[in-house]
Design a binder for this molecule. Structure first.
Ligand code: DC
Length: 226
């Protein structure tokens, strides 16, 4: 059967990944977190001293792409794990250090070309729910369903802060999380190559004041039936 592609785009921490994971589980599709792929490239760059809040070494990052193997696995409880060259980096890629540089790293054209090609290959062999920024505009412009998730900035910051604080108590402040989200939104919207844009045919879902169940029901009602 021809694979079905569902694109879930939107700003940082709008609840895209929670929604995309639930849709994938309900439909039996593969869930792909494309943000995790950009985060793995950013982590690799930080570890080699090629990325910091002061700037990035684009030449070194672009030259290292051939040596990077970005994969996903499931743990015993079925949770997604990001695997960088065989190492489980799921926790490491969610750190503030990575969040600070990931938008700059993801603005590099060779990085985007490579990751987009991998994402398109996944959607050729499997039905997928893919979350990111450019899935409905660049990766799968002909996706069968495009969702664009929005939410109020304070709601998003609170949600992300709660996640980060639970994983690493006291490591970040709410103000720092909010300013990072807004900065990333700006960089993601303003980059020259494949910026975050609302596709003409995307359906906007506002996650500011609905429950996860309500958001899921709204999205499920939009899924095309075969
Ligand atoms: O979804 P996330 O917040 O984990 O994504 C991290 C960063 O990766 C985000 O700030 C921009 C970049 N990104 C991108 O440029 N394109 C995508 N499809 C997904 C993420």
């Amino acid at each position: 059967m021809t694979p079905i592609r569902i694109a879930v785009d939107g700003y940082a921490s709008t609840g895209k990944s929670t929604l995309a994971k639930r849709l994938a589980a309900a439909l039996g599709f593969l869930y792909i977190d494309t943000g995790a792929m950009y985060r793995m490239v950013a982590l690799h760059a930080i570890r080699h001293g090629w990325a910091s809040p002061d700037g990035i070494n684009a030449v070194a990052i672009n030259a290292s792409l051939e040596q990077l193997h970005l994969g996903f696995a499931r743990d015993t409880q079925g949770r997604n794990r990001a695997i960088l060259n065989g190492e489980d980096v799921e926790e490491a890629i969610r750190s503030m250090d990575v969040s600070r540089v990931v938008s700059a790293v993801s603005s590099l054209v060779p990085v985007r070309r490579r990751l987009v090609a991998q994402q398109q290959a996944m959607g050729r062999s499997h039905s997928v729910v893919m979350d990111g920024r450019d899935i409905g505009t660049v990766v799968f412009p002909d996706a069968e369903l495009k969702l664009f998730v929005t939410a109020d900035a304070d709601v998003r910051a609170q949600r992300r802060f709660a996640e980060m604080d639970a994983a690493n108590p006291g490591s970040v402040s709410l103000a720092e999380v909010k300013s990072n989200l807004l900065q990333r939104d700006k960089e993601d919207r303003e980059r020259l190559d494949s910026p975050l844009l609302l596709a003409d045919d995307a359906v906007v879902l506002d996650n500011s004041s609905v429950s996860p169940d309500e958001l899921f029901d709204q999205a499920m009602n939009l899924v095309p039936r075969r």
